[in-house]
Design a protein around this ligand. Structure first.
Ligand code: GTP
Length: 615
């Protein structure tokens, strides 16, 4: 009944600084998994995570550590390691009292280290600074120590120096967790059951498995519970702790972290950040203020062939069971037929999702404009009958602020009073020799510098306010390539700002292709229009007739390219000779055509959109 032997903590780090390796080592040292267990990096379970070497879905484990004769329960709450998933990081931190801030002794403090630090700092968590990879021959612990002092005000003597790979000093991390991180606060075992739900996943056989941090009381199998946010009630079928696989127990109690299986049907029911409590309890206080994740990047997803629609639907259903931060809405397109509009937390999130869609379900899909993000408008009262957000009538919204997540539904400019676009605060850390080019890149992306600071004597931290629109697609790639991979980047949301935005139409032979339309800043319309036209010119195969490619804003054409006509007769070479060869060639041509989509009577290869839209 005593929580003083419990510690709940997370490891936060920049991508690749060794978070998963350290987690594995902690599991080994405490005998949770066998030494040198083949299943390297136990906590990274998804195939896509293994392939990309990044954590997408957080996993949690309870370790038992004997320190000075007392068995402590250490709950390691794993967090994903990328900008797009800061929502998941933040909900995981709500279950912790402390974090290990892990920094690579060779790469030093990176943008994500800074973002994660402030996330933990603002939540009043105890932060243990740890320098990893000190076994590397080009490790530079002195200068990394200086960086950590300059930016976070850690005293170099307080920073643990370890190698998660060799195991050097890792024991000291466990000791520090016990000594320096406080036990769970405000827990009361005598009160009725109350817990924070901070993660969930979908198990094919058992349904939703929810991970909870128990704040008050005790919970047993058979108990009835309710969820504050959804208002639904459930009966507990099984519960226990994660080591890191599920170990069933008769009960878990205040201060502990564990899993529960109840009759939740999908992970959308398991709202991350929701408070679970003993059924029937009145006026339950929420453990953490509940916040829904907000998708920022949208894209249409269509099957290659309409006959594959049911297969794609079921693939999407299964994947979203495990990732409730993806939003799904039906949509249809003249050229592509019936499909779905998906909302993602960011671009990497979208890539990972698409990769999983292909890998786990073998579904072939067409993905449309990935750059589209929510844009907020104020609209005049006059016109009402336009389609916004896939809805038929704007009246429903009271004609005030509207969020448009699809350029196809961008309203007629004559009815718009003001445009707003989402902003982010971006942090860049870079060797100072790249400052000039990065400054130009940032200005080109409409960035406004808000801060600049030396990290040590050769590196700087720059902060800019950017429109999300400008960094959503390829900013990170551009930054990496102009800094030879040395600059790091992270961002956080920073409200909305009034802006001058227009819809850029793309037309093929005079017909608007909604799937290629985008929303851009006025100053970028001509340049971006030209780029898309040139790219389409490269991508569209020659047809029997000339193809005119135009970009237009309102009624005005801002760019134009042509694809010259060509008569393509694959059998011309055969001089009417061998009939079977002729048939074979025609058949091959027909197969090629199947892989095309016909738009405005023009045959487009299925990857046209992707090729054109990757800037
Ligand atoms: P994300 O899950 O994407 O956030 O990455 P991560 O922080 O979990 O990094 P991970 O543990 O996957 O380690 C990244 C790479 O660094 C791997 O190749 C590890 O083998 C290596 N690595 C981790 N710790 C050490 C260390 O102490 N020394 C050395 N030399 N390499 C290490």
């Amino acid at each position: 009944t005593d929580v003083s032997w419990i510690r709940n903590f997370s490891i936060i780090a920049h991508i690749d600084h060794g978070k998963s390796t350290l987690a594995d080592r902690l599991l080994e040292l405490t005998g949770t998994i066998g030494k040198g267990s083949h299943e390297a990096q136990m906590l990274d379970r998804l195939q896509v995570e293994r392939e990309r070497g990044i954590t997408v879905k957080a996993q949690t484990a309870t370790l038992v550590y004997n320190y000075q004769g007392i068995d402590y329960l250490l709950n390691l709450i794993d967090t994903p390691g990328h900008v797009d998933f800061s929502f998941e990081v933040s909900r995981s931190l709500a279950a912790c009292q402390g974090v290990i801030l892990l920094v690579d002794a060779n790469q030093g403090v990176q943008a994500q280290t800074v973002a994660n630090f402030f996330l933990a700092f603002s939540k009043n968590l105890t932060i243990l600074p740890v320098m990893n990879k000190i076994d590397l021959k080009n490790a530079d612990p002195e200068s990394v120590g200086t960086q950590m002092k300059n930016i976070f005000e850690f005293e170099p003597k307080d920073i643990l120096r370890i190698s998660a790979k060799t195991g050097l000093n890792v024991e000291s991390v466990l000791q520090s967790i016990v000594e320096r991180i406080p036990p769970p606060k405000h827990c009361d075992i005598t009160k009725p059951f109350r817990a924070l739900l901070f993660d969930s996943w979908y198990d094919r056989y058992r349904g939703v498995i929810a991970v909870i941090a128990v704040i008050d009381g005790v919970i047993r199998s058979g108990d009835s519970i309710s969820a504050k946010h959804t208002g639904k009630s459930y009966e507990i079928k099984d519960l226990g702790i994660l080591r890191p696989n599920e170990v069933s127990l008769p009960c878990i109690q205040a201060g502990q972290v564990g899993y529960v299986v109840c009759n939740m049907r999908s992970s959308t029911e398991a709202k991350i950040g929701d408070t679970l409590f003993k059924k029937g309890l009145a006026n339950v206080e929420e453990v953490a203020s509940f916040r829904q994740s907000k998708p920022m990047v949208f894209a249409g997803v269509y099957p290659m062939d309409q006959s594959e629609t049911p297969a794609l639907r079921s693939a999407l259903e299964k994947l979203t069971l495990n990732d409730s931060s993806v939003t799904v809405a039906k949509e249809s397109s003249a050229a592509l037929g019936q499909g779905w509009r998906l909302g993602f937390l960011g671009l990497l999130h979208m890539e990972v999702f698409n990769q999983r869609l292909e890998q786990e379900y073998g579904a072939e899909v067409i993905v449309t404009v990935p750059s589209v993000i929510s844009i907020l408008f104020k609209i005049c009262w006059s016109l009402t009958n336009i389609r916004l957000h896939g809805e038929k009538n704007i009246k429903k919204y009271g004609a005030t602020d509207i969020i448009v997540n699809n350029p196809a539904f961008f309203p007629d400019p004559s009815i718009i009073e003001q445009y707003f676009e989402p902003m982010v605060l971006g942090t860049i850390i870079t060797p100072d020799i790249y400052m000039g080019p990065i400054m130009s890149l940032a200005l080109d992306r409409r960035g406004i510098q808000v801060d600049s600071k030396n990290v040590d004597n050769s590196r700087v931290m720059m902060q800019f306010r950017f429109p999300l629109n400008e960094i959503a697609v390829d900013f990170y790639d551009a930054l990496k390539s102009l800094s030879s991979g040395y600059a790091s980047f992270d961002y956080e949301e920073d409200g909305f700002e009034e802006s001058d935005i227009v819809k850029l139409h793309i037309m093929l032979n005079g017909e608007v292709v909604e799937e290629l339309s985008t929303v851009v800043h006025t100053s970028k319309a001509r340049k971006y229009g030209k780029e898309i036209c040139l790219r389409l010119q490269e991508t569209i195969p020659r047809q029997m007739f000339q193809v005119a490619i135009q970009a237009a804003v309102g009624g005005k054409v801002v760019a134009r390219e042509n694809v010259a006509a060509l008569r393509k007769d694959v059998t011309a070479k055969c001089y009417g000779g061998d009939i079977s060869r002729r048939m074979k060639l025609l058949k091959r041509q027909a197969e090629g055509k199947k892989r095309m989509k016909s738009i405005a009577n023009i045959e487009l290869p299925r990857d046209t959109f992707i090729k054109v839209l990757k800037r």
